[in-house]
Design a protein around this ligand. Structure first.
Ligand SMILES: Nc1ncnc2c1ncn2[C@@H]1O[C@H](COP(=O)(O)OP(=O)(O)OP(=O)(O)O)[C@@H](O)[C@H]1O
Length: 727
């Protein structure tokens, strides 16, 4: 029986009230834990389904290509002769012949080839070899117009059907679709037009009955899937085509599709089990680099980079928002660079004019949002620079793929700053998979040890040589020069500190932006947000920011997004894995490898890599052919390791807590292989490896988070930017 301080018996009702309160508290905690565990379950379910997709594709894809590489089909001779006489192409590139043969054999197939790989030939050649009409569904009118022009030059009769098509032209097209002696071979249409035009669908039915609907081509086929990065609702309509025209073969083309996107596309198009021809994503002439930068000198760094490494050479700079785009192009002009901006808010005529000037080299650099993209076929683009990271790895791959289409060396350079990740996630969180996509991109950007081409290959489920790309990315460059020294940091105890700060804030009913969190952790900013028992970490701000970013990616922390009337704000909260940790379900140790150049710049061995500071971007002449020819000999990487048991200065329970729940290395590794999601959606991470290392940025005093959060808040005041970004 309880008693009060005065020794009097506590009435039963008071005791029951106490019990009730305590039970309610426990219930609230339990509900919160269940919520987090459910979230984790969704993450794991997603990951499992993704792995199953990959396994499924591996088992199906294998032998398909070899079977269709042969020259014994009835059309083989004519195919080779038309390839040479009409297209003036001597021989096929890999997978082209197999894809042409498969579609000529009336089989449904998906062709995944890198940008500039030659996908168009795989339906244009069959179109002239087949009787009847090939319908090409393509997402952009400008892209269709380009193809129309090039088909005209090759003497292939092609038409485009859209809202501008005149009555006479429409009549001609519809007649040609059913007339056995018509010469029209290719008909281009947008998915929107196809979905809307009952007349076209009805005419297709007539053509089908007359055995004249030869083939359905779906360009940028990844747009069918909501898992993809460019989902277009009207692509879903294409699902009925197989039901309506079962004997007409479908060929879908894309440069970017992860295994689960491919499986999803097959389901949507009702062509499950179709052949999948998947070429390597490797573009040997592209060199990938990531440069850390501070906001202050970013544009100046880009200008210096262009003026020193790429004087007078043609390039593209991608920006996250229209405002960035305007600002960058304007500033570049002050550095005497002929730059022009390109975004969705410009009038179509203006956009065409800028594009033309760029094609003619009157404009050297196009500074663009994602609005500048599909169908860009300028061969001599020597560099694609990203002013901010892309919203997904798929976007990044597509955007960088516009470089070096002539096969000569070209550079893909990403200027990275953590704050950009928060800008991107705040813009993307309303999209399905939006935050996962941003984190995959963040992961790619942060990775300073694995081959970048390997990371891309892994993302797209492509086979990859573990030995790396041979100095065609900065990470392989670093390895070969022996300068990838790193320090191993156990972020487990640091996470305990961060968790305490977040807990404290939640008791105060304060939401923590990344900036507030960093400040409270580093003993700065609002005093009431600091936690007495949390000592200032021993690391500099950049190291701490890096650790927070890694904890976000690994699911120990999570972003939550809130709308205000003017902005969308990202707040940091504990992630699902924090509950698993405190229940001893996963190891308390979280090991990260962070380069000495960040953790301890004075100890870091100098890399041959350039940094972004204005003075140091003047680097080797890259006009030369592949850098491998001029690069120094490979040496065994000399890795300097320093182990740090805890970055926290306080004696808090961290180490004892760790040992209580310590699990095997295996479990730890497995846990780190899982990606973080916005609302439990699954996605396979860019890299399944958990070791990260990072290189020095321009200024140690820069606060990346500060910039990022500010931008997030400002962005909301300019809704048009979010619109453009999505556009
Ligand atoms: N077998 C070949 N040999 C030589 N050149 C080829 C071959 N196949 C295609 N090409 C050329 O390669 C260039 C790129 O082809 P295409 O535009 O079809 O690429 P793509 O895969 O559609 O690229 P994107 O995804 O960027 O649209 C074109 O100039 C085309 O003529």
């Amino acid at each position: 029986m309880s008693s009060s301080e005065s020794g009097m018996l506590v009435p039963q009702s008071v005791r029951l009230q106490d019990d009730l309160r305590s039970a309610k508290e426990e219930l609230t905690q339990t509900i919160s834990q269940i919520k987090k565990l459910q979230e984790r379950k969704r993450e794991l379910d997603g990951r499992i389904s993704n792995i199953k997709c990959e396994l499924d594709m591996l088992s199906k894809g294998g032998s398909a290509s070899a079977q269709y590489e042969v020259d014994t089909f009835p059309w083989s001779d004519e195919m080779m002769s038309k390839l040479r006489s009409v297209f003036k192409i001597e021989d096929f590139r890999s997978y082209q012949k197999a894809a042409v043969n498969a579609t000529m054999n009336n089989l449904d197939c998906l062709l995944i080839m890198p940008t500039g790989g030659g996908k168009s030939l795989c339906f244009q050649l069959p179109a002239i070899l087949s009787k009847g009409i090939t319908l090409v569904v393509s997402p952009l009118i400008s892209l269709m117009e380009d193809q129309l022009q090039s088909m005209k030059e090759l003497g292939i009769h092609t038409a485009l059907f859209n809202s501008n098509t005149s009555r006479e032209e429409t009549k001609f097209i519809f007649d040609s679709m059913i007339n056995p002696s018509a010469t029209l071979k290719l008909l281009y249409v947008t998915p929107e037009k196809l979905a809307k035009s009952k007349r076209l669908m009805s005419q297709l039915e007539k053509a089908y009955r007359a055995n004249r609907f030869a083939r359905l081509v779906i360009d940028e086929v990844h747009c069918c899937s909501q898992w993809g990065h460019d989902f277009r609702p009207d692509y879903k309509f294409l699902g009925i085509m197989k039901t309506q025209y079962p004997k007409t073969p479908i060929i879908g083309l894309t440069a970017t599709a992860t295994p689960n996107v491919i499986i999803d596309v097959q389901k949507i198009l009702n062509i499950e089990g179709s052949l999948v021809f998947k070429d390597t994503f490797f573009r040997p002439n592209l060199k990938y680099e990531v440069l850390d930068c501070g906001e202050a000198s970013k544009i100046e760094d880009i200008a210096n980079l262009i003026n020193t490494r790429f004087p007078k050479q043609s390039g593209i700079i991608y920006c996250l928002t229209i405002k960035d785009c305007e600002e960058v192009s304007e500033k570049l002009r002050t550095f005497k660079i002929r730059a022009a901006r390109y975004h969705a808010q410009l009038e179509p005529e203006k956009r065409t004019e800028i594009q033309k000037k760029w094609y003619n080299n009157e404009v050297q650099v196009i500074v663009a949002t994602v609005a500048f993209g599909m169908g860009i076929n300028k061969l001599d683009v020597r560099y694609v620079i990203h002013h901010s990271m892309s919203k997904s790895v798929e976007n990044y791959y597509q955007e960088t793929g516009r470089a070096g289409r002539d096969g000569n060396p070209a550079h893909c350079i990403l200027f990275f700053k953590f704050g950009d990740s928060f800008r991107a996630s705040s813009l993307m969180f309303t999209e399905k998979n939006g935050v996962v996509n941003v984190y995959n991109m963040l992961k790619y950007s942060l990775d300073r040890s694995n081959c970048r081409k390997g990371l891309l290959a892994q993302h797209f489920g492509d086979a990859w040589e573990l030995s790396g790309c041979g100095e065609m990315c900065d990470n392989c460059d670093m390895k070969s020069s022996g300068s990838n020294q790193y320090q191993e940091i156990n972020a487990g105890p640091l996470l305990d500190d961060i968790d305490s700060i977040l807990d404290h804030a939640s008791h105060l009913e304060e939401r923590m932006t990344a900036l507030k969190l960093m400040d409270a952790w580093l003993g700065k900013g609002n005093k009431k947000l600091r936690v007495e028992t949390v000592a200032t970490p021993k690391f500099n701000r950049q190291t701490c920011e890096t650790i927070v970013a890694l904890l976000l990616i690994d699911g120990f922390l999570k972003e939550e997004f809130h709308f205000t009337p003017y902005s969308t704000i990202s707040y940091i909260v504990a992630g699902a894995k924090v509950v698993l940790r405190s229940n001893g379900k996963i190891s308390q140790d979280i090991q990260y490898q962070i380069p000495l150049s960040i953790v301890n710049p004075s100890k870091a061995k100098t890399s041959k890599k350039p940094t972004t500071s204005s003075s140091s971007v003047k680097e080797k002449d890259t006009n030369s052919k592949h850098s491998s020819s001029s690069s120094p000999k490979k040496s065994t990487p000399r890795v300097h390791k320093e182990s740090v048991s805890s970055g926290s200065g306080r004696g808090k329970s961290s180490s004892s807590k760790s040992s209580d729940h310590r699990k095997g290395d295996d479990l730890k590794r497995k846990e780190r292989e899982k990606s973080v999601t916005k609302d439990g959606d699954d996605e396979d991470p860019v890299s399944k490896k958990s070791k990260f290392s990072f290189k020095k940025k321009t200024s140690m005093n820069d606060s990346n988070f500060e910039d990022g959060v500010d931008c997030v808040q400002v962005i909301g005041k300019r809704f048009v930017i979010a619109q453009d970004f999505i556009d």
